[in-house]
Design a protein around this ligand. Structure first.
Ligand code: SF4
Ligand code: SF4
Length: 388
């Protein structure tokens, strides 16, 4: 059961976690449940910070789960807690991102999107660090492959090694752990994982303490409770749709910038690909994710897990071939044909001419068709685990 207000996580004699609300006039106010004012603690910016990203829906159970995690984390010593609207919807330069930029220690990000998606959404907004594969959920098994992928990619001849963008431009050393709220509706799963992560190295793990609000017996309360603060940013956001690049996979090949005819992609001063005009992206269109040879383009809200950022590496960690997995289940088209069709639909909707499969796409399609059959069989086996 999800508790919307897990009082059992707190010692009765201790004060409520203070809630700091940021407002559009840039003032920051700390408010406890008793109405007393509080101020941010000294040293708030370092150490561990738990970021709870709220879902887009107002589902009470989801809100209760988010609140329970924030409340429990706020009781953990040395942990800052920030609650923001849905990560993907945050406007650049807005209050939420400005607030998050003030914290430079390790992050634990709890959100309703896949961990890869959450990590690279933050990265594009300059909240950067090292992606740490999650230890909870289905992705835990596939994590090592993703952690290794940044080192090399094979060139077309199978010999040359291609560097990933994150190798060329390493991210800061701090760890960014992302927990997917879709994994479980049991708050104890997340609270226990947060406790495990913040446990200082070398210290024995605290024995789990049963949480009466948790359906499976959670672990809330196993650390000393000293009270805490929740910094809640109530920023107005609207739903967005744009691609997010996983730079641990991206090889800067520029296929996406050539393919997209809506000016979404650009390059920075170092000639590195970036999503320059995210809001130019056509709502619901995932076409470029199908043509990226490294499966590096994520649409966090897409219904297909691979496009939304799920880890679905094959047994040997080989790349997922979106051409077959996410072509078009209803028509049997491969990914290139599907991408071309989706692009044409958007061109027509925008009052422009359809162009179909151009020469560049034909070449890519031919390359894909030369791939060995056994890999494809593996890939299709991997898909069986997903409800597509
Ligand atoms: S197509 Fe993929 S790998 Fe190539 S630049 Fe774009 S995101 Fe990077
Ligand atoms: S999804 Fe379509 S419109 Fe959006 S960036 Fe990709 S190709 Fe461009």
């Amino acid at each position: 059961m999800i508790s919307p207000n897990p009082q059992s996580l707190r010692e009765p004699a201790l004060r409520e976690p203070a809630v700091l609300e940021t407002r559009s006039d840039s003032s920051t106010e700390a408010r406890s449940s008793t109405g007393a004012l509080a101020q941010p603690t000294a040293g708030q910016k370092s150490g561990w910070t738990v970021v709870v990203s709220r879902g887009q829906s107002r589902n009470p159970a989801k809100r209760g789960l988010e609140q329970a995690i924030a409340d429990a984390a706020a009781q953990m010593p040395g942990v800052n807690v920030v609650v923001v609207p849905h990560l993907y919807d945050l406007p650049k330069g807005g209050e939420s991102l400005q607030t998050l930029a003030q914290f430079d220690g390790n992050l634990i990000v709890v959100s309703w999107i896949f961990p890869r998606a959450a990590h690279w959404v933050l990265d594009r907004n300059n909240i950067r660090g090292q992606f740490v594969p999650p230890q909870i959920g289905d992705e835990a098994d596939a994590d090592e492959a993703d952690g290794d992928v940044s080192s090399v990619a094979e060139g077309a001849d199978g010999d040359t090694e291609i560097e990933r963008v994150s190798d060329l431009f390493p991210r800061p050393k701090r760890d960014v752990h992302c927990l997917d709220l879709k994994v479980s509706d049991d708050q104890g799963v997340y609270i226990g994982e947060i406790q495990r992560l913040i446990q200082p190295a070398g210290q024995p793990e605290q024995p789990p303490v049963a949480d009466s609000n948790s359906s499976s017996g959670g672990v809330a309360g196993s650390l000393p409770i000293i009270g805490g603060q929740i910094l809640q940013v109530d920023e107005t956001t609207s739903r967005r749709w744009y691609p997010v690049i996983d730079f641990n996979r991206c090889t800067n090949c520029m296929e996406c910038i050539d393919f997209c005819l809506f000016g979404v992609y650009g390059v920075d001063g170092a000639e590195t690909i970036l999503v320059e005009q995210p809001d130019n992206c056509r709502k619901g269109c995932p076409a470029c994710s199908r043509v990226c040879p490294e499966n590096a383009i994520i649409f966090p809200q897409h219904k297909a897990p691979a496009i939304a950022g799920a880890e679905i590496e094959g047994e040997e960690g080989f790349k997922i071939d979106l051409s077959k997995l996410f072509g078009a289940p209803d028509t049997g088209d491969d990914a290139i044909a599907t991408a071309a069709r989706e692009r044409d639909e958007q061109l027509l909707l925008a009052g422009r001419d359809a162009i179909g499969i151009d020469e560049q796409l034909k070449k890519r399609q031919a390359d894909l068709n030369r791939k060995p059959k056994d890999q494809l069989d593996h890939l299709l086996d991997s898909l069986d685990e997903f409800d597509l």
